[in-house]
Design a protein around this ligand. Sequence first.
Ligand code: BES
Ligand code: MN
Ligand code: ZN
Length: 497
Amino acid sequence: MDFKIKKATPEKFKTDALILPVFEDTTLGTSAATLSATTKKALENALAQGDIKGKAGEVQILTAVTESAAKRIVLMGLGKATEQTESGLRKALAATASALKSTAAKDAALALDDIQVGERDAHWVARQAVELFEAAAYTFNAFKSKDNHKLVSLKKVTLLTTTDPKAVEQGAVIGKAIANGMNYARDLGNTPPNVCNPSYLAQEARKLSRGCPTLTTKILDEKQMAELGMNSLLSVGNGSDTPSKLIIMEYKGGPKSQPPHVLVGKGITFDTGGISLKPAPDMDAMKWDMCGAASVFGTMQAVVEMKLPMNVVGVVAAAENMPSGKATRPGDIVTTMSGQTVEILNTDAEGRLVLCDALTYVERFKPASVVDIATLTGAIIVALGPFASGMMSNDEAVVADLQAAADYTQDKVWRLPLWDEYQALLDSPFADIGNIGNAGPKAGSITAACFLSRFTKAYPWAHLDVAGSAFNGGANKGATGRPVPLLTEYLLRQVKS
Ligand code: BES
Ligand code: MN
Ligand code: ZN
């Protein structure tokens, strides 16, 4: 989808669909006021009929509006004009973009002038609009036979503003890079696990760096990982016929000597649980156990697209967790790359086993910060549902930046503690640490993060548990592309400082 910016009021703008904000209190806004008397009358009549009350998320599409340059006028409810909220605007944009999918409109124009959410500027509004329109138009048809495609007609959206076209333009450019990154992450997540295996992810990384001099890709195979002592990572893929990979993508947009920010993604391309086998219902959802990795790919792509003047390293720990005669057993003890030994009590707690060695590996970059992203625990879904990613960290500055980025993008996070009391739950009688907490499922997300924290002492670090936010189960099944907006904004903020 293309986004254009035009400094204009909407009355003369020729479009298949003109999107006009309407409000709960004052009904029509200033953009509507510029329209012809007949058109305005038609809008007032529609509002008087009461099909739309102006609440955030309400949408009404009017056709056959005479004397209008627009073929359709889409009324987009935004709530009370003076009380517009981030969540209200996001709901409205998503509902509008989604309503347009059931029309044949090929292009649309969105009147921005009446949108004012607190102190948020035009740049922010443009970013939200681009992200939400792109998200609504997303389809994943690669595995549908030809005649079975859902097609979206909308190809172009013009953002109409009279105030600050420059800010809108810049917001749209960044929004587009983020949306592209999200779509990429969603595609990787949704690709079935018989196709998207560790080698497939390695190929994707090679593809990303092809023809891109600022990005170099390195793939470590099992033999190279064994030489480095990554026995914990390797133990996860033992039962699989498809070999594990460590994927390293180095983006050099800043001065050579500048320490990079590092992203580390959990790339379990399918998680059966291994010998600690998961129950059958909904096991297909475990193809999304590489969504942390997918968000690293999506963010790296956005960084390349925006040509950020900084250094970023993306690392993906890719493996498939399968049961077999060669699989790791509960009770096995492995020595990690760090030298610490781990008693594997539950082979289904495999994410931390691949991440710990990747987190030791990245010490070599002397990172400015490390953020790992993982669909790590079911417990985080119990705690936060789909709305926020869990965040745990050893560094207040990283926490502050992630929180600010989450607030700005509305790709939300919520922090959980890593207190010593929780650390003690990882004690093992036979090894340095157990791979699950010995309080059973209690504080499962925190004990998982405590495990990771044993491997991240050398740098400022945060862990994002995205098991609830990176994909949806149920009726609206699919990868969400989160937390690409959060990670990209986090990196953008490191450029400025
Ligand atoms: N990939 C799962 C976590 C998960 C569950 C992600 C549901 C998305 C939806 C992870 O590898 C796992 O199995 N975690 C276990 C840990 C337990 C064995 C300590 C869990 O959450 O049950
Ligand atoms: Mn698991
Ligand atoms: Zn898993």
